[in-house]
Write a protein that binds this ligand. Structure first.
Ligand code: XMP
Length: 517
């Protein structure tokens, strides 16, 4: 049985971060809605209660029966989690005079307490709460304060129960990782043996058992998630996995052939389908972004369904869904930020069972698993690329000619990023490509006047887009060097017929988005 920490999600923005921090300690954890504690799971070693957008007094506040946990597992309550436990035990929680937000320093730390082993007096923590605990029940012992908050942390005598009002998972809490380590390793006794290799071993074994001799199909996109998913399944069931890679005609320059080559060299059983003609036919004259997406999604499903139909006795559809996708769809407060359903509807239409072996991994973990499986670095470190491809980067209607122009411009930008080296503080060199989360070129529906030699030109403008981000939920425009931008602009205008102007997009997300459509 896999040992694990359960994180009960009371709806905080930082619940996922708690999960990441625990996983970074090589301890496996799962985030589950606050009311879905898996009582039957004998692998549970400890429980963390997250923060929440609610106050304990809110009518809608999420509440649980703590007797499910108390006395059975070590428990750490964070922010609302701490307030809820104190309040439920008869303590007092009151609105703080002013919302306690930002950096603070811990004083009066009880360093003999196992949660604070090795944590320095005065250490910086991050506070973000509107209520504060003003009185704790008799057995709750304060074990740290700040200048504004007397009970910044507590421990319950005779029990393995702790609460902290600050956020150890947030980067600004300087010794947050140590504190979480004290909890999950020293208090809960987790062994820190969860890593890419152990994930592969247990997942391959369970896939073998679950799938037996069944046949599975999987749609490849060229991206990291679907590729790693295919590699894992390939290791588990070999030729019983058939991968389908659909070329909708709006991939990057040469991408279809290059990626097919990679897939074949990785030993995957893959069928490449050039379906570009039917995508272009259906997209002709369509301008509205959502309509374009729908047409692409529908055609993709049809092509995939037709191809999969040629394989006998398929029982399963595999998908490279990853953890943030699942957590968003589980979102308990209903504040889902955005979801992209490129292949939504496929499992229902095909009447297949779903297999999602990466559904509990974060993106960086997927990359580590890919490396461990021997996937080429080029595939692992590729920037994310939207399912509808260049279609959402051509503003206005789509034609094969416009795609060809954009492919050329995009290729110059991307190759430029790969070739431009920046020197790191330790003297090593990194390609600029790896310094940005995602980059691409947008073809604008704008023509402007230019001059080339003695000729007046009246041609298109393109925008370069490059952003830094950690999860695509928020993003900042990348501060690329002027010399680099000058070179790319020159190269595009000189080499790409039909483009005479290059702009750089300096908008962040929010309020803009990464893609223009
Ligand atoms: P936005 O434009 O919403 O994009 O800031 C966030 C991330 O999602 C990608 N993206 C998509 N991916 N299908 C996808 O598979 C889509 O329809 C789609 N739209 C945006 C985008 O490239 C970025 O990484």
């Amino acid at each position: 049985m896999q040992e694990k920490i359960i994180i009960l999600d009371f709806g905080s923005q930082t619940t996922q971060l708690i999960g990441r921090r625990v996983r970074e300690l090589n301890v496996y954890c799962e985030i589950v809605p606050y009311n879905k504690f898996p009582e039957e799971d004998s692998g549970v070693r400890g429980v963390i209660l997250s923060g929440s957008p609610f106050s304990v007094y809110d009518e809608k506040a999420f509440k649980i029966d703590l007797s499910l946990l108390r006395g059975k597992y070590p428990v750490l309550g964070i922010c609302y989690g701490a307030q809820f436990m104190a309040f439920s035990g008869g303590g007092r929680v009151e609105p703080a005079g002013s919302r306690e937000y930002g950096r603070a320093h811990l004083t009066h730390i009880d360093q003999a307490d196992p949660l604070f082993q090795g944590i320095s007096q005065g250490t910086q923590v991050w506070m973000s709460h509107g209520d504060t605990i003003t009185e704790v029940p008799a057995t709750f012992k304060p074990i740290a304060s700040t200048d504004k908050v007397r009970i910044a942390a507590y421990q319950v005598e005779g029990e393995r129960l702790w609460g902290v009002q600050f956020h150890p998972e947030v980067y600004h809490t300087e010794e947050g990782t140590e504190l979480l380590k004290n909890f999950v390793v020293d208090i809960c006794g987790c062994k820190q043996d969860w890593n890419a290799a152990s994930f592969i071993e247990t997942t391959v074994a369970s896939l073998k058992e679950r799938l037996g001799n069944d046949k599975v199909v999987l749609g490849l996109s060229g991206g990291v998630d679907s590729s790693v998913c295919a590699m894992l399944l390939n290791r588990a069931i070999g030729k019983n996995l058939t991968c389908i890679f659909v070329d909708h005609g709006m991939l990057r320059k040469n991408e279809f052939h290059e990626v097919m080559h990679h897939y074949e060299s990785m030993g995957l059983n893959v069928i490449g389908v050039d379906a570009s003609a039917r995508f272009f036919a259906d997209l002709a004259g369509v301008v509205e972004p959502e309509k374009k997406r729908k047409i692409i999604g529908k055609n993709f499903i049809d092509v995939f369904d037709e191809e999969a139909g040629k394989i006998k006795d398929v029982k399963w559809l595999a998908q490279g869904t990853i953890y943030p996708d699942c957590i968003e769809s589980l979102s308990i407060t209903g504040t889902t930020i955005k979801s992209h359903h490129n292949v939504g509807g496929l499992p229902e239409k095909m009447k297949l069972k779903l297999c999602e072996p990466l559904r509990l991994l974060f993106k960086d973990e997927v990359r580590r698993v890919g490396r461990e499986l021997g996937m080429p670095e080029h595939l692992i470190t590729r920037h994310p690329f939207p399912g509808p491809g260049l279609a959402v980067r051509i503003l206005g209607d789509i034609t094969p000619q416009k795609v060809a122009v954009l492919q050329e411009a995009d290729d110059i930008f991307i190759q430029g990023l790969r070739g431009w080296k920046v020197t790191e503080p330790d003297g090593t060199e990194t390609a600029l490509y790896h310094k940005v989360w995602q980059a691409g070129v947008i073809l604008l529906p704008v023509q402007s006047v230019g001059v080339m030699g003695d000729e007046r030109t009246y041609e298109r403008a393109v925008a370069l887009r490059a952003v830094t981000s950690t999860d695509a939920m928020t993003a900042d425009w990348a501060h690329l060097p002027y010399e680099f931008l000058a070179k790319v602009s020159n190269d595009i205008i000189n080499k790409v017929k039909g483009v005479n102007r290059v702009c750089y997009d300096i908008s962040s997300k929010p309020p803009s988005t990464i893609e223009w459509e």
